[in-house]
Design a protein around this ligand. Structure first.
Ligand code: NAP
Length: 298
């Protein structure tokens, strides 16, 4: 099974790519969430981080309208990412900014969901304005809303696609049954679920995506902000393999995720250039079967 599909140039470097819908993106994307939550860097550092990723060949940035501190700030991360991509010295059209709707933040910062069709339409229109786009390349339904029939939420995205506001449709935090349900309504381009050494329960969803040729965007791929730095201590097999290659356990982790299926695209978060540059090295790290078995715990 080939790990890498093809290769494309965005910034100064060529990075192996994978597909979302028909579009090739770097096999590792940048998760932009931490650039807008509490504990975020100042704007100059945030833009430097995004530019470093793009210069190194990243062509996928994951954002969402709800990546902000509280309700009045909705769209913060989309505006930041769009501005950084526009001010980058390379070609902004070579970069896919993937966003999401369906989560919102209350005035005091709580994470809430709204999957009603009329809300998703308003959210998509607000994302188009925040990004400065006529069409969003990948629009993802962030998380199912238990108060709304799933087919109604997905049907709303279908309507947005028919109107040309959205090119590809993705879903997030979805079960195998929800992926199948979404596939019966739309041509599904991606699924974004949590997957990391500490959280492997999305394995069946990855398997289904691999069978159907749907991109699987692994969120929290290093275990999230509070655990990513100590990944090697938490998961000694990753530390062991990292030592033998002379690389970081985080790089081994992302290479292990890439090796799981050719549809997997990890989107590690970074608040500084060093971490995304290290993470991107995973696209060139080959792990053999024995190493993969060790990391799988087989
Ligand atoms: N769909 C959803 O419901 C959902 C939910 C959560 C997240 N997401 C998406 O997934 C993305 C990633 O998730 P996440 O940011 O929560 O978790 P993560 O990627 O597992 O961890 C992020 C942390 O990893 C550190 N890191 C990154 N690369 C590293 C490296 N090579 N070596 C050492 N440390 C490294 C970063 O450090 P620094 O901060 O110091 O750079 C950051 O604090 C988000 O940005 C967002 O786009 C989606």
């Amino acid at each position: 099974m080939s790990r890498l599909v093809t290769s494309a140039t965005a910034g100064s470097r060529r990075v192996p790519t994978r597909k979302i819908g028909g579009t090739a993106v770097s096999a590792v994307g940048l998760g932009a969430m931490l650039l807008s939550l509490s504990g975020r860097p100042d704007e100059r550092q945030a833009v430097r981080t995004i530019h470093a990723a793009l210069d190194a060949g990243v062509t996928l940035i994951d954002t969402a309208d709800a990546y902000c501190i509280d309700g009045p700030e909705m769209g913060h991360n989309e505006r930041l990412v769009a501005q950084a991509v526009r001010s980058w010295r390379g070609d902004p059209d070579a970069v896919v900014i993937a966003t999401k709707g369906g989560h919102y933040r209350s005035r005091d910062g709580a994470w809430l969901v709204n999957g009603r069709p009329e809300y998703l339409r308003r959210a998509c229109e607000a994302s188009l304005a925040a990004l400065g786009f006529d069409t969003i390349t990948l629009y993802q339904h962030h998380r199912p809303d238990p108060a709304v029939a799933y087919e109604d939420s997905i049907g709303a995205l279908k309507g947005l696609q028919e109107e040309g506001k959205v090119r590809f449709i993705g879903i997030g935090n979805a079960s195998v049954a929800q992926i199948r349900q979404a596939m019966s309504i739309v041509e599904l381009a991606s699924v974004q679920n949590e997957f990391s050494p500490a959280f492997r329960t999305s394995a069946p969803e990855i398997e289904l995506c691999a069978q159907k040729g749907i991109a699987f965007l692994a969120w929290g791929p290093l275990g999230g902000m509070s655990a990513a730095g100590t990944l090697g201590e938490r998961h000694p097999a990753f530390e062991q393999v990292a030592r033998s290659h002379g690389v970081s356990p985080q790089q081994v982790c992302l290479a292990w995720e890439l090796a799981r299926a050719p549809v997997v695209i990890p989107i590690p978060g970074s608040r500084k250039p060093e971490t995304i540059l290290d993470s991107l090295g995973a696209v060139e790290l080959h792990l053999d079967e024995d190493e993969l078995a060790l990391l799988d715990g087989r």
